[in-house]
Design a protein around this ligand. Structure first.
Ligand code: GDP
Length: 303
């Protein structure tokens, strides 16, 4: 097996291990939903609804998936319960396809311009700083020149208070030196204080405006970091952030050790935003590019 084979095997192992609890919860309940039944009938569909809502797929997305399966059952007339696993896997993959046009296979960046600017938003504690560190590590490993800017008032203030830096000027300075030094990618951290929506909205707008003074197309991405282990809370944060700014990608962290991995499916569907990265542990390598097919494969793979 070549080096690439080893790397992708390791990636799969981390994914399988990280999603273990979610998978267990889905399978044990799925088994209960079909216990003693040979065909998928209304009772099975009702139970299935419960199965999906529990791992935080969310009500609306669950209803959507159930409708798709109902349509399929109506069309195919007789669907055996042994096929349910496969059908569910297919319908979830289809649903994810709506917001994930192509899968990210590597850490490449668009070749037409640089630096590629990612503005990172999210509340404290979700794993923002860790995710930025892991992203910087992965981009560096892929041979990219990385610049970081902490446009987080609290942290920036702690470091540069005497210079009177505000988040927007940190973003400005970082972009300027990144541009002057030929950086490939810039990651800008921000402070997400949800208790004051108007302030947050203004602050993010100010940061974006100031970025455009250096690079008119910036930011290329506004990435929201969410803690997957908080389930419905992550949904709430996603809704609140998308109300104050245009979120273009998601990073969902802490999927390891939680049974709430279904949030990945629900949040992406509700926000109509692709999940770009998933956090499956604290090590640098534990941040992965999200791949919808690998994700559903891992979730529905029977050992
Ligand atoms: P921030 O306040 O949003 O910047 O959050 P931090 O980056 O400081 O992370 C908070 C905690 O979450 C730290 O202890 C991280 O090690 C942990 N963490 C972040 N991502 C992951 C992950 O994917 N899995 C696990 N298990 N822990 C994580």
């Amino acid at each position: 097996m070549g080096l690439f084979g080893l790397v992708s095997n390791k990636k799969k192992e981390t994914l399988d291990k990280g999603l273990e609890k979610t998978k267990e919860s889905v399978f044990s309940k799925l088994a209960r939903a079909v216990a003693g039944k040979s065909t998928v009938d209304d009772d099975v569909l009702d139970d299935l609804e419960e199965v999906l809502i529990t791992p935080d797929v969310g009500v609306e997305t669950t209803v959507k998936i159930i409708h798709r399966i109902e349509d399929r059952v109506a069309r195919d007339k007789y669907v055996s319960t042994s096929e349910l696993n496969k059908i569910l896997r297919e319908e979830i993959a289809n649903l994810l396809s709506e917001n994930h046009s192509d899968d990210n296979e590597d850490w490449d960046l668009p070749a037409d311009h640089k630096p590629y600017v990612i503005l990172v938003v999210g509340v404290n504690g979700v794993g923002k700083t860790t995710t930025i560190g892991k992203l910087a590590y992965q981009f560096k490993k892929a041979g990219k020149k990385v610049y970081l800017g902490a446009a987080d008032t609290f942290r920036a203030a702690a470091v540069k208070q005497q210079m009177g830096s505000d988040p927007a000027s940190v973003a400005f300075d970082t972009l300027q030196s990144a541009k002057a030094n030929g950086a490939d990618v810039v990651l800008i951290d921000t402070a997400g204080r949800l208790h004051n929506k108007v302030n947050l909205m203004n602050e993010l707008k100010k940061i974006k405006d100031v970025m455009k003074k250096v690079i008119p197309e910036a930011p290329d991405e506004v990435m929201l970091v969410l803690d997957g282990s908080t389930g419905q809370n992550a949904f709430e944060q996603a809704k609140q952030f998308s109300a104050v700014t245009n979120i273009t990608s998601l990073a969902i962290t802490k999927l390891d050790g939680t049974a709430k991995g279904g949030v990945v499916i629900g949040i992406s569907d509700q926000l109509k935003v692709p999940v770009k990265y998933i956090g499956l542990g604290e090590a640098m390598e534990d941040l992965q590019l999200f791949n919808k097919n690998e994700f559903v494969d891992s979730l529905f793979k029977k050992d």
